[in-house]
Ligand binder design. Structure first.
Ligand code: ADP
Ligand code: ZN
Ligand code: ZN
Length: 669
């Protein structure tokens, strides 16, 4: 007895704390402690003059902290680990791969409520029985796909389910989930955005009843913690959520599904820049469970992995309700003039479809009235004083608003440079809505963008109008295009195809193709054949014609080749080092120093490019610059990143520069 106590006394607890320091912190076990220390338990510790709550990440007997400075922890909070071993391993991997402080990774993984010294009481599983909908009889193609799916799962392969919209991918998810549930295994389903969740949640709940839980932004902190704990105890069978749900602990996880795996919103764009999809793949590997990635427009990375045989691809080509894919018409803006963004040709088509009692959807990924205002005297385009971007005109409140930093001011209709009259330039959804109202005064128009939707309630109300068919013309940004099934929709219009197709990022055309396919897939899902219209100044563009005439996969085969010579992903792996400061010089001094240090370490085949100013150089008053690291070999890239990060962290900073690392960036701006 005496000896074990003494042993315990000498233990060093390695604690992860939510502070921006890339270290574990060593503590002795608390005096008067009666709890056996285990990895994953919460612990309260002294930290400077404060107290903090962290997690026991490791337990050892060695420390570099001198005995005089080594403090005892205050209290081990949990009898049993809050973070189970599986999640602990995942957290370690994430901290390592994204070069991010481990304590902050815990803060992403564990709900806020549980990071305090609180634990909600969990009710036992509700026992009320539920009349569940039975499975649909699979079509021939689905049946074939399902058989393959199960055999790939048995071989522990990563499966990419590449199926056109309406081909019944979700039905295959449901039926494979059923097999897991029958084996008493849990399932995690990741979806890109909360807007998609209600629909997929309903379908899962109809099939499996109240054993399905959804994590969404409408949950209170406490509810989130409850779902998290229930999953850990095995009291919910299916968890549906967005990217952070990848950190849900499970008692017995049997499968992960990532729906719309290509969607950029799986990537967190600030702080810990992790990819929910990629972390899910690692999780499946660590836990030795199957993972299914589904999309009608898979990312180039995933298609390439399938091509190389790293993933197994299953293709569904037919729609369940054998409606053919819609016809696409290109409207050449060089020939057809537009007024307020709409050509006569397009207006005529809209009229025809709504007169037939069908619905029409117009897609434009720009909110506001005009993306810019221009001076008639000197040509000055009104800019945000804090960013390198134009101010967007919103007529609703007659203000010019910066969409990057939210700086705004009244619209005076005068140029700030020379005082001449200034006028709107280009169209946003707000203007298109007004133009449509003028043209179709009796039609009911539903506009969905971030200006009309700022609560869940509003979103539900507008979506209900759209789905029930009371809304005849649906108009919106990305928000409207994803995942929704509008039964009466027979026509889709892409108001400005050039805007997406010719962006500066090497992924612009991929993103455009995905949006195009997703949005045109909304037309004519049931009775009628749909029509798609696309307004462009570049009707002859070969890639555009490729997607339209031969579809997404043919487009991939051709578009991906453009990335081969410059070695963009999927032919390489990237990491982007960002730096920002109020002083432009400081940014470049810092990046040049890093560059020198980088050149001094053995870079091997890793290319170190830059420093260059970021595509949007000034944002919210900060100057921004970047260094890009690129290697065809991921391991090699990470070997360099390890060294480089270590060097930066151990260099005394002379000026106020904030830096961050984005591993596998999806946006270089
Ligand atoms: P996807 O996820 O590929 O877009 P879904 O699974 O949503 O496709 O299927 C499209 C529609 O077809 C849905 O309304 C779904 O309920 C229905 N459906 C799917 N599979 C079948 C089937 N085997 N029999 C009948 N209806 C089906
Ligand atoms: Zn002017
Ligand atoms: Zn701004």
């Amino acid at each position: 007895m005496y000896s074990t106590t003494r042993l315990l006394k000498n233990l060093i607890l390695k604690v992860a704390l939510n502070v921006p320091i890339d270290n574990l912190f060593d503590y002795k076990i608390p005096s008067n402690n009666s709890i056996q220390p285990k990895q994953g338990q919460r612990i309260r510790v002294p930290f400077g003059k404060q107290e903090k709550i962290g997690f026991i990440h490791g337990i050892g007997s060695q420390t570099k902290v001198p005995a005089s400075k080594l403090k005892p922890a205050l209290k081990i909070i949990d009898d049993e680990p809050l973070v189970n071993n599986e999640l602990l391993d995942l957290i370690s991997w994430v901290a390592n791969y994204y070069h991010y402080p481990i304590g902050e990774v815990y803060a992403t993984a564990v709900p806020l409520y549980l990071r305090q010294e609180k634990t909600p009481k969990i009710d036992a599983m509700p026992t009320e029985s539920f009349q569940c909908e039975s499975h649909k009889k699979l079509t021939e193609e689905q049946e074939q796909g399902f058989k393959k799916l199960l055999s790939f799962f048995n071989q522990r392969q990563i499966v990419l389910l590449d199926g056109v919209t309406g081909s019944g991918k979700t039905e295959l998810y449901l039926q494979s989930v059923d097999r897991n549930l029958k084996k008493n295994q849990q399932v995690l389903l990741l979806v890109p955005e909360i807007g998609l969740t209600p629909q997929i949640f309903e379908r899962f709940q109809k099939r499996f009843g109240n054993t399905v839980s959804v994590v969404h932004s409408g949950n209170t902190y406490k509810q989130r913690a409850e779902i998290w704990l229930k999953a850990k105890q095995g009291d919910v069978c299916v968890v549906i959520g967005t990217r952070s749900a990848v950190f849900t602990p499970f008692k017995n996880l049997g499968m992960i599904i990532v729906d719309e795996e290509h969607d950029p919103s799986f990537k967190q764009q600030s702080g810990l820049c992790y990819s929910g999809r990629n972390v899910a793949i690692i999780r499946a590997k660590q836990s030795k469970i199957p993972i299914l990635l589904g999309s009608a427009t898979p990312s180039f990375e995933s298609l390439m992995n399938a091509k190389k045989g790293k993933y197994k691809k299953i293709t569904l080509k037919q729609r369940v309700f054998a409606t053919p894919l819609p016809q696409t018409n290109i409207i050449d803006l060089r020939v057809h003039s537009q007024e307020q963004g709409l050509t006569k040709f397009l207006l005529k088509a809209i009229k025809k479809h709504i007169e037939n009692d069908n619905q029409v959807l117009l897609y434009l990924n720009r909110r506001g009235f005009s993306p810019a205002t221009v001076c008639s005297g000197c040509g000055y385009i009104e800019e945000c004083p804090r960013c390198d971007t134009s101010m967007v005109l919103h007529k609703r409140n007659n203000r010019l608003v910066c969409h990057h930093c939210n700086h705004n001011k009244p619209w005076e209709k005068i140029c700030t440079e020379c005082g001449s009259p200034s006028s709107p330039l280009g169209e946003g959804t707000e203007q298109i809505e007004l133009a449509l109202k003028k043209e179709f005064p009796r039609a009911s128009i539903v506009r969905m963008d971030r200006d009309t939707v700022n609560s869940k309630k509003q979103r539900t109300r507008l979506l209900d109008q759209a789905k029930s068919g009371t809304g005849q013309i649906l108009l919106g940004t990305q928000m409207l295009t994803k995942g929704h099934d509008f039964p009466n929709l027979s026509m889709v219009a892409i108001v400005n195809a050039d805007q997406g197709m010719f962006g500066s990022d090497f992924r612009s055309s991929e993103r455009f193709a995905q949006t195009f396919v997703q949005v045109s897939g909304r037309a004519g899902r049931r009775k009628t054949v749909g029509e798609v219209f696309l307004q462009t100044y570049n009707p002859k563009n070969p890639l555009l014609n490729k997607i339209i005439s031969q579809g997404y996969n043919a487009f991939f085969s051709e578009a991906v080749l453009d990335r081969k010579v410059p070695q963009w992903p999927p032919y390489s792996h990237l990491a982007l080092l960002h730096a920002q400061s109020t002083q432009k010089n400081s940014v470049f001094d810092f990046l040049n120093t890093v560059r020198k240090k980088g050149d001094a370490i053995n870079l091997g085949n890793t290319m170190l490019l830059g420093p260059v100013p970021s595509p949007i150089e000034k944002k919210a008053g900060k100057f921004r610059g970047q260094l890009l690291l690129l290697n065809t070999n991921r391991k090699e890239l990470h070997r360099v990143l390890d060294k480089l990060c270590w060097t930066i962290k151990n260099t005394k900073k002379t000026s106020k520069v904030k830096w961050s690392l984005d591993v596998d960036p999806i946006d270089l701006s």
